[in-house]
Design a protein around this ligand. Structure first.
Ligand code: GLU
Ligand code: MG
Length: 437
């Protein structure tokens, strides 16, 4: 491996951003052990140039310690040198976990799921984003034309993702004007979150190299189509077999998967504070846009917060392999680690409590009468970040999923963001998030 140049130590924070510091590659081995320092209070950074109130103040540092398995490179070209990077865990000291590390939060949640059920959580993120530039003219939704005019960018993107070890499942134009999507391949949870974090960064970098800008903001303007980050989930046994389905179970779900979904539905509002965690997230969520406005589950129902996706094959065994549950009430202002961690925690509550799956939404829940929804236990999702945070605070079980520092700092950042949006002109808020994400 070339020893010239920089390698970026990258870590994800509470607002889902990839933060970084660079070190000479020649020094990397030394950094593997001791990492790099970073003020604890850095974890209280909002998406903007502002530090929210936090328990640490100016004192103390965490170590950003590289996980060598996550080292990756983004190929260079005539204009751009190769980018070397590695994902870090934020640790209190080498070998000592930090109570506000998002990657550790995810790791512990899936480890607990595994120790209690023997099952691994498998996940795949679908990342929607907007492409723009001064002379960029969007083409028709999903059209070959929309792919062809951006073929340079799309093939460059695929090449960069594959070279970095994150070969996508698909890359394509989406429904919105200038909207595109990367579907990541399914991986075990922590790796899936790593893939989501890096895939967004690679899309931003690929866009820049082709004179474009990529934004993963949940809603570019009030009238744009929303950018979702759908999270596909399944459960795998020790042999790696998908055990999420059972043809005799409700919606084809196996017993444990049904309980997992019931747990997520029960704690959906607290979960939402982490999966749809910005004021802009609530401009995306809502009925009639396939962006989901209701807390419900449905078979192949794109208006349900949880969509059950049966595998597609005449062969039942092959179909079972592709069976998964899609969490649609998520976007890329979320940390992928926090999102998967809270989904796992909520699902685990359902498994522990042997929760029953509520009645599914067989049609668009917005087209059901209020009585029909009430009977099925279907409720509207919170309509603002404030409402989601209030619901989070009211969920005493969800409170047990977090350390004090992580919980309080997250709430502090998110309350600041909600205040910011309340006191800022909507156009400016949309623009700020569009630029930040
Ligand atoms: N753009 C939609 C969203 O905000 C999703 C469209 C789709 O089903 O892929 O979630
Ligand atoms: Mg999509």
């Amino acid at each position: 491996m070339n020893k010239d140049g920089l390698i970026y130590l990258v870590w994800s924070d509470l607002v889902g951003m990839a933060r970084t510091r660079g070190v000479p590659i020649a020094d990397f081995d030394r950094r593997l052990e001791s990492g790099l320092g970073w003020a604890n209070a850095g974890q209280a950074m909002t998406p903007f140039e502002h530090l929210a109130d936090n328990p640490w103040g100016p004192v103390d540092e965490v170590r950003q310690i590289p996980d060598p398995e996550t080292r990756f490179t983004i190929p260079g070209n005539d204009m751009n040198p190769v980018l070397h990077a590695v994902i870090c865990d934020s640790r209190a000291a080498p070998g000592k976990n930090w109570n506000a590390c998002v990657r550790q939060f995810c790791r512990e949640a899936v480890a607990e799921l595994k120790s209690e059920t023997g099952l691994d959580l498998i996940a795949a993120f679908e990342l929607e984003f907007l492409i723009e530039s001064e002379d960029f003219h969007p083409e028709a939704p999903f059209s070959f034309r929309a792919a062809a005019v951006n073929h340079n960018f799309l093939t460059g993107l695929e090449h960069m993702l594959t070279s970095a070890g994150f070969t996508p499942e698909t890359v394509e134009p989406e429904y919105g004007r200038g909207q595109y999507e990367i579907s990541c391949q399914p991986r075990t949870a922590l790796k899936a979150a790593d893939a989501a974090l890096v895939s967004c960064e690679i899309a931003r970098e690929a866009a820049r190299r082709f004179g474009l800008r990529a934004s993963f903001t949940p809603k570019p303007t009030p009238n744009h189509v929303g950018n979702g980050c759908h999270i596909h989930l399944s459960l795998a046994d020790k042999q790696g077999h998908n055990v999420s389905s059972d043809r005799s179970g409700p919606l084809g779900l196996g017993k444990t998967a049904a309980q997992f979904c019931a747990g997520v539905l029960k704690h959906m509002e607290a979960v939402l504070a982490f999966t749809a965690p910005s004021p802009i997230s609530y401009h995306r969520l809502g009925p009639h846009h396939w962006s989901t406005g209701y807390r419900c589950i449905g078979l192949q129902n794109r208006e349900a917060a949880l969509r059950v996706m049966p595998g597609i094959s005449h062969d039942p065994e092959k179909a079972a392999r592709g069976f998964n549950i899609e969490m649609r009430a998520a976007d890329c202002t979320a940390s992928p680690y926090l999102a998967l961690g809270v989904l796992t925690r909520a699902g685990l509550e359902g498994i522990r409590g042997e929760f029953e799956l509520p009645s599914p939404a067989k049609i668009d829940p917005a087209s059901m009468t209020a009585e029909e929804r009430a009977e099925a236990g279907i409720t509207a999702l919170p309509v603002s970040l404030d409402a989601a945070l209030k619901a989070l605070k009211a969920d005493e079980v969800a409170r047990t999923w977090f350390t004090d520092d992580l919980y309080n700092t997250f709430l502090s950042i998110k309350s600041w963001e909600a205040d910011y949006a309340r006191s800022t002109a909507p156009d400016q808020t949309f623009a700020r998030y569009r630029h930040a994400y």
